[in-house]
Write a protein that binds this ligand. Structure first.
Ligand SMILES: Cc1ncc(COP(=O)(O)O)c(C=O)c1O
Length: 468
């Protein structure tokens, strides 16, 4: 007899980690590309990491040895940092982070450090907000396609459900009032209490910024329904082209308390500064009850005092942050151009984008059948034959087969060229009609067979296991 050693929560399959998004990472780990030691290996293009500007941060660290060495003005502050345990965070760090967030929004909005709650990355910030705002039997509406990690971050431990807002390529996946209303009604039909809408701006995986019109539609919608709006702005510093990034904080200017107390911003230094290993995130809210509750919960995922001290010094060097941000945007723009151009030469288009660390690539014409099975087949060929781990649209809950997210900032320009060459060779040689790859990845039985494990389908049926 099988022993039941795990809790229902731990054993439950709602963590979303059996998605092709995470399976692709596992395949890459088994056979990672290296230009010298493994030139036939898989190139990791499924990871939204920013490695383009490390040299700038490294130069700053070299010029400023004190903070990383537990020192202030040459004297050790090791004991102070070792003992620091105020869960509200280190005030100079919160101030520097608030100023940096204002700078990234063109200083059109002022961020008060009292409204900031520090968390171990945006992952923890998003989950903390779920715990504060919703519970089992309640839902957040998310525009599709969305970041695959949200299935784990928003749903797994909280028991909250995600109801997709179905966006389509016909209007470049823009969020409309009709799509919002349709998702809201679908959730209601399933007896789910809708607690809010969560967007990513700039979008992961689209690489586009939310327009002023969309932001206004969203704000009107949440006020009309009496619900919350979470704007995950983790990519705010990656906006490398026009139109410019407009934060929900800016869109709220001139609106009253009825709006501002229901809007919450998530931020992190994982993308803009390329520091996902440091685990630095934050919630910004003007709702004092949310700030109080989230601060208490932040005890479960604090940022280490050493990291806070180091980054308070780095972020308060405004000359550095300005130079870094401008240069980083320039490098992202160049790299994005390299990928778009390379794809175009291979006869592949992508959604016009102006931000992020990836492109949303249209491979519909390469599908053997215009179905999610066809998309999985193409993805398997990409991983095993072409040697590229890209993320299929179905892992982002896109409801149109044939779209893929392709990352460009976690590798060198040379590696990106190798990836583009491989793709072009694959397309030119018509290899897509070859026999199937030996070992197709299989989705677990209990996830949606189409690779589209949405919580609530258009016909209103619940499609996942209940959270444990
Ligand atoms: C939209 C979005 N939110 C949150 C995260 C998680 O970020 P962090 O490393 O800060 O936890 C990611 C990471 O890819 C992301 O793309």
């Amino acid at each position: 007899m099988r022993e039941n050693l795990l809790s229902k929560k731990a054993a439950c399959n709602s963590h979303g980690q059996d998605s092709s998004y995470f399976l692709g990472w596992q395949e890459y780990e088994k056979n990672p590309y290296d230009p010298i030691t493994n030139p036939k290996g898989i190139i990791q293009m499924g990871l939204a990491e920013n490695q383009l500007s490390f040299d700038l941060i490294e130069s700053w660290l070299e010029a400023h040895p004190n903070p990383a060495g537990f020192k202030r003005d040459g004297a050790s502050i090791f004991r102070e940092l070792a003992l620091f345990q105020d869960y509200r965070g280190f005030p100079p760090f919160k101030k520097a982070l608030a100023n940096y967030m204002g700078y990234l929004r063109g200083n059109k909005v002022r961020f008060e450090s009292n409204n900031l709650v520090l968390t171990a990355g945006a992952t923890s910030a998003n989950e903390t907000l779920m715990f504060c705002l919703a519970g089992p039997g309640e839902a957040f509406l998310l525009p599709t396609p969305y970041y695959p990690g949200f299935d784990r971050d928003l749903k797994w431990r909280t028991g909250v459900e995600i109801v997709p807002i179905q966006c389509s390529s016909s209007n470049d996946f823009k969020i409309t009032k009709a799509a919002l209303e349709e998702a809201y009604q679908r959730a209601k039909k399933c007896n789910l209490g809708v607690k809010g809408v969560l967007i990513t701006n700039p979008s992961n995986p689209l690489g586009t910024t939310t327009t002023r019109e969309e932001l206004d539609t969203l704000l009107d919608f949440v006020v009309a329904k009496g619900i919350h709006l979470i704007s995950d702005e983790i990519y705010s510093g990656t906006n490398f082209g026009s139109p410019g990034f407009i934060s929900v904080a800016e869109a709220m200017i001139g609106r009253d308390h009825n709006v501002s107390h229901r809007v919450h911003i998530v931020y992190s230094l994982s993308k803009d500064l390329g520091l996902p290993g440091f685990r630095v995130g934050a919630i910004y809210s003007k709702n004092n009850s949310v700030v109080d509750a989230a601060t208490k919960m932040s005890s479960f995922g604090l940022i280490s005092s050493h990291t806070q001290y180091l980054l308070s010094e780095l972020l308060s060097d405004e000359q550095f942050t300005r130079k870094y941000t401008e240069e980083n945007r320039k490098r992202l723009k160049e790299r994005h151009g390299q990928l778009v151009e390379g794809l175009r030469n291979a006869g592949v288009g992508c959604l016009r984008s102006n931000a992020g660390l990836y492109c949303w690539v249209d491979m519909r014409h390469l599908l053997e059948s215009k179905t999610f099975e066809g998309e999985m087949k193409l993805w398997n060929k990409m991983v095993y034959e072409v040697g590229l781990n890209i993320s299929p649209g179905s892992s982002c809950h896109c409801n149109e087969p044939g779209w893929f997210r392709v990352c460009f900032a976690n590798m060198s320009a040379d590696t990106l060229n190798v990836a583009i060459r491989r793709l072009k060779t694959f397309i030119d040689s018509g290899r897509r009609s070859r026999p199937p790859a030996p070992a197709y990845l299989v989705r677990k039985k209990d996830s949606h067979p189409s690779g589209k494990p949405t919580v609530v389908s258009r016909n209103g049926r619940l499609e996942i296991c209940a959270s444990g």
